[in-house]
Design a protein around this ligand. Structure first.
Ligand code: HSE
Length: 335
């Protein structure tokens, strides 16, 4: 089976190389990959969904000189490394180019359109957008599932070497995902109800994912684990059965949120304001500081957003507000 896959892949690559000679092949491409909300309250490292915006963009250009060069990065205030093997977008693309023995070169421009350390999967969006764009330029020789391990190579750089696949999988596949296992990788897409609107408030403070992982307890009470399993199962069943009340009841995290929320000023008040405005539930997005809430209609999602922002304004913390449905598509090519 593996041999057949490899042979198929080579046929597709040879087709691209042939088209290069005849001038029919794409030599430049632009793509977008979206932000994602992960953990979704009770599902630390195993649940996530993509949203419509913000997201990162990349431009790739084919060059004759083999290897990968990052020519330009914008939107990062000069903070991201230009060396491909140290850069999330660079590392994922480099690992894919090496895997394919790509005989040409690529020049990359990365346009960060979302804040670093926001809890919205900024590094995952960069890791995904580069491998997605490259694969599209070559005529999609690999499936999205086959791209996942390469995107994870980039994501590893920002998580202190131990990757979590929730952001990358949500961003790459779109929709709502479950990471059942990371080794071997087993990611499942869950269908979500039509009327689910996500409000996200991004307070203007920065939290480093690797740091917020270090402060988590290494051991937990069995009684807490039982409660958390109940909520994860309830949330997934609620999504599948379109049972909004069950979704709301299940958006509870007794293990991670109590610890990480201490790092987010005004978290408890923001959460209370979202619930009071009618949201089904509210919790930290990824490792924070962004906070998400889910609602069953756009008006409630907007009211929740206003209420959440008002709390942060009162304590002099600026914020960005995003309202989105769950994005079923994931990354896309920009024309
Ligand atoms: N699941 C990861 C965490 C997501 O909570 O650390 C990081 O954005």
């Amino acid at each position: 089976m593996k041999q057949k896959q490899t042979a198929d892949l080579q046929v597709k690559l040879d087709d691209y190389y042939q088209k290069l000679k005849t001038g029919e092949a794409k030599k430049e491409i632009s793509a977008f990959a979206p932000a994602s909300v992960t953990n979704v309250s009770c599902g630390f490292d195993i649940l996530g969904f993509a949203i419509d915006y913000p997201g990162d963009e990349v431009v790739l250009r084919l060059t004759d000189e083999p290897g990968l060069k990052i020519a330009r990065i914008t939107g990062d205030e000069g903070r991201l490394p230009m060396a491909p093997e140290k850069n999330t977008a660079g590392m994922s693309l480099l690992s894919l180019m090496n895997h394919l023995n790509f005989p040409y070169g690529i020049e990359m421009e990365l346009h960060k359109k979302m804040a670093l350390g926001s809890g919205l999967g900024s590094s995952a969006a960069s890791a995904v957008v580069s491998v997605f764009a490259f694969n599209e330029m070559l005529g999609s020789p690999l499936s999205r599932r086959e791209l996942l391990p390469f995107a994870l190579e980039g994501e590893k750089l920002s998580s202190g070497g131990k990757p979590h696949a929730d952001n990358v999988a949500a961003c790459l596949f779109g929709g709502f995902i479950i990471v059942r296992s990371i080794a071997p990788l087993d990611v499942i897409n869950v269908e979500t109800p039509e009327n689910l609107f996500c409000t996200i408030i991004h307070p203007h403070i920065e939290i480093n994912t690797a740091d917020t992982r270090k402060i988590l307890k290494k051991q937990i009470l069995l009684s807490d684990a039982v409660q958390q399993w109940g909520n994860v199962a309830g949330l997934v069943a609620g999504l599948a059965q379109k049972d909004y009340e069950l979704i709301g009841r299940s958006l509870q995290d007794v293990i991670i949120e109590p610890i990480r929320s201490i790092l987010i000023p005004g978290f408890n008040e923001v959460k209370a304001a979202a619930i009071k405005a009618g949201a089904l539930g509210c919790s930290i997005s990824g490792s924070g500081p962004s906070i998400f809430a889910l609602s069953t209609d756009i008006n409630t999602a907007e009211e929740a957003g206003k209420a959440m922002k008002k709390v942060l304004n009162k304590i002099d913390i600026g914020s960005d507000l995003y309202i989105s449905k769950i994005n079923p598509q994931g990354p896309k090519v920009l024309e």
